[in-house]
Every structure is written in structure tokens, then in C-alpha cells.
Ligand binder design. Structure first.
Ligand SMILES: [Cu+2]
Length: 377
């Protein structure tokens, strides 16, 4: 532990982060001058609901259109430092996780609701952790208020004032910020408009299914022979990991924690006619989702539901440190590959998922006019 602590850069990084916060505070003051003063809310009068977290690629049970007024949505994350296998060759990482999954579970609320998170860091863990919610406002996204050592817990409440899909991640201090993020400690929140999604022209958009894809870049150290190294405990890879991270060249780019996690038995499922919402989060690195054989009918490429979605996209951009959402109604059955369309990352580094779609084939949309055979003319 002493070794881990001494490698952080507390003073410098805190100054940089606090300076950034001060700039943000000035911006916020300017913006609020143009807005109506916020109504005082009596928190104690709001109903409380517990949201049970589920592992990705699934979303917790939720309504698309809010029922009733604002609520306090209570969620619990238990931090787990755990060894995970991340590819078919048995490559390992000591993942730092919220609730044991990479990415962490998705939280779904409506604009105007409050998220009340209990963050538990069991004493069996070795490191300090916290959480920065990009959807929240103030205190480094909550990171300054949620620093928990092993054996501690903290409770953070924040108001969901911006509709959209947003990343959250651990952000302890200095070098530990990227280290924790590239060891899996990130996830996403969806803040739905109270009336549900819409096309920006007043027409509601409902999904039949929703899936949550967390893209993770890993930087696994190699030994002299070029084989990926294995370690006995979480954090033991720190200095070697930092050397690989400095190259900015990931050894793995995967969906839901491991290459192949969303293929085969883990593949996403849908039927022809289903309107499927795909939420794609990347806490650290730019990406470009593409559904091979399909499209993005409606795409919130920046993740903001305050903006109208763009339509009819082939590939969309999700910038590092954000989440994006895309909706597609499946027209044909079959196995679709959902990829990061840097195809080197998709095929060689692991960023491929599958969607298995049942239903009737439509010859009008596509047919094989003749099978491959000898050239006849
Ligand atoms: Cu952490």
C-alpha cells in the first residue's frame, strides 16, 4: 500500500483539478444568471425508491416515461478488486470494479430525480477509491466527497439536471486516476427526459430493448519473451502498467470486460421489428460504434438527450470520457456484429459484440441472386 500511495502525485494533481473546478464554477455562475432561479426542493418530502443494480449489458428495471414527480433513487455500489481473464489466451488483469463487473452497473433515472449512491469499499480491498459522475454537478463530480479507504463507505446524493447518457469513473488522485480507469473502474448513467426519448420534433421514441456496452482499453505488461505478465495481487502491476499506458497503445480494446464477452452465449438478442437502444460508454478513449448490416436510426452521438438525435447513421463517434446512444429497429434476422469500427481494434484487440436477431428474412432488402461459383462470362 505504501508503494501505491507514494506513486501518486497528490499536490500537483489536486491543484490542477481544483483549478479546473474553479473555471467550471465561473462558467456555471454565468449560465445560471440566464436561467430561472432553481426552485427550493424539500428533499425529505420526496419518495424514495431502491434501484437494484444488474450486470451489463443489461439495464436496471425502469420506466421510459416518468411516473409521478421527482424521486430519490437509492443505489449501492460495492467496490471489488478482482482478477479477471480478458481474452481467450487467459490473459489476466487485476480489475478494479464497481459491483464486480467491467463496466460497472448502469443507473437509470429521469431528469429531476436524485441519485443517492452508497459507495462501499470493503476492508478486503487494498486501495482507496471514489467516484466521479459526469452527469452530476460540483465537487469533481462527487469524487471529492466519496474517497473511501478499505473498510469505509460514503453516501453521495446528486440531482440529475441534464438528460443524457454519461460516464462515471473512479478518480482517486494523480496517476491513480488513469490507472483505476484502465483497470475497469468506470460505467454509465442514463438520465431520461421525464417524457421519455423523442426525435427532437415532438415524436416520442420508445425502445423495446436496451443494451449497455462498456468499451474498455487495457494496457497489460509483457515479459522479456513478449508474453502477458500475471500478478499475485491488485496493484502489483502498477509501475509496469504505467509504462504501457504511457505508450497510449492498448493491448486490448474490449466490450464488457473481456474479448468475446458479448459473443456466443453472451451475445445480445433481439427480434425483427424490435427497436433496440444501444448505449456505448468509453471513459478513456475515442471510439466509433458501427452495427454491421444495420444502422443508427436515431443517434445521440454526444450522449445529450437535450439535443435532437441525428438520423440514418452508418458509424457514430463517441469521444473518450463520454457515452453515446443509438436506436435501431432490426429489419432482418441474422447475426450482426456490433464493433468499434477501427477494425484493428475490433478484430485484433477484441472490440466486437454480436446481436442475434430472430425473424423473417426480407428478400426485398437483400437476396443472394446467385451463389458464389465459377465465373461464367
Ligand atoms: Cu478506484
Amino acid at each position: 500500500m505504501a508503494g501505491l500511495q507514494s506513486l501518486s502525485i497528490p499536490t500537483l494533481s489536486r491543484r490542477v483539478l481544483l483549478a479546473a473546478t474553479a473555471v467550471a464554477a465561473v462558467g456555471a455562475a454565468k449560465a445560471s444568471a440566464q436561467e430561472a432561479p432553481a426552485e427550493k426542493v424539500d428533499i425529505s418530502s420526496l419518495p424514495r425508491v431502491k434501484q437494484a443494480m444488474v450486470a451489463p449489458p443489461f439495464l436496471p428495471e425502469h420506466e421510459q416515461v416518468a411516473v409521478g414527480g421527482p424521486k430519490i433513487v437509492e443505489v449501492t455500489f460495492t467496490i471489488e478488486e478482482k482478477k479477471m481473464v480478458i481474452d481467450e489466451d487467459g490473459t489476466e488483469v487485476w480489475a478494479l470494479t464497481f459491483n464486480g463487473s467491467v463496466p460497472g452497473p448502469m443507473i437509470v433515472v429521469h431528469e429531476g430525480d436524485y441519485v443517492e449512491l452508497t459507495l462501499k469499499n470493503p476492508e478486503t480491498n487494498l486501495m482507496e477509491h471514489n467516484i466521479d459522475f459526469h452527469a452530476s454537478t460540483g465537487a469533481l463530480g462527487g469524487a471529492a466527497l466519496t474517497r473511501v479507504l478499505p473498510g469505509e463507505q460514503a453516501v453521495l446524493r446528486w440531482k440529475a439536471v441534464r438528460p443524457g447518457v454519461f460516464v462515471y469513473h473512479c478518480a482517486p488522485e494523480g496517476i491513480m486516476i488513469p490507472y483505476h480507469v484502465v483497470h475497469g473502474m468506470n460505467g454509465a448513467v442514463m438520465v431520461l427526459p421525464r417524457g421519455g426519448l423523442n426525435d427532437g420534433k415532438g415524436n416520442p421514441l420508445k425502445y423495446d430493448l436496451a443494451y449497455y456496452i462498456g468499451e474498455q482499453d487495457y494496457y497489460i505488461p509483457r515479459d522479456e519473451q513478449g508474453a502477458f505478465k500475471k500478478y499475485e495481487t491488485a496493484g502489483e502491476d502498477l509501475s509496469e502498467s504505467l509504462d504501457v499506458m504511457r505508450t497510449l497503445t492498448p493491448t486490448h480494446v474490449v466490450f464488457n470486460g473481456a474479448a468475446g464477452a458479448l459473443t456466443g452465449d453472451g451475445a445480445m438478442k433481439a427480434k425483427v421489428g424490435d427497436n433496440v437502444l444501444f448505449i456505448h460508454a468509453q471513459a478513456n478513449r475515442d471510439t466509433r460504434p458501427h452495427l454491421i448490416g444495420g444502422h443508427g436510426d436515431y443517434v445521440w452521438t454526444t450522449g445529450s438527450f437535450a439535443d435532437a438525435p441525428v438520423t440514418g447513421r452508418e458509424t457514430w463517434f463517441v469521444c473518450g470520457g463520454s457515452a453515446g446512444a443509438a436506436m435501431y429497429r432490426f429489419r432482418q434476422p441474422g447475426i450482426y456484429a456490433y464493433v468499434n469500427h477501427n477494425l484493428i481494434e475490433a478484430v485484433m484487440l477484441g472490440a466486437t459484440a454480436h446481436v442475434v436477431v430472430d425473424g423473417e428474412w426480407d428478400d426485398d432488402l437483400m437476396m443472394q441472386v446467385s451463389k458464389p461459383g465459377p465465373i461464367s462470362g
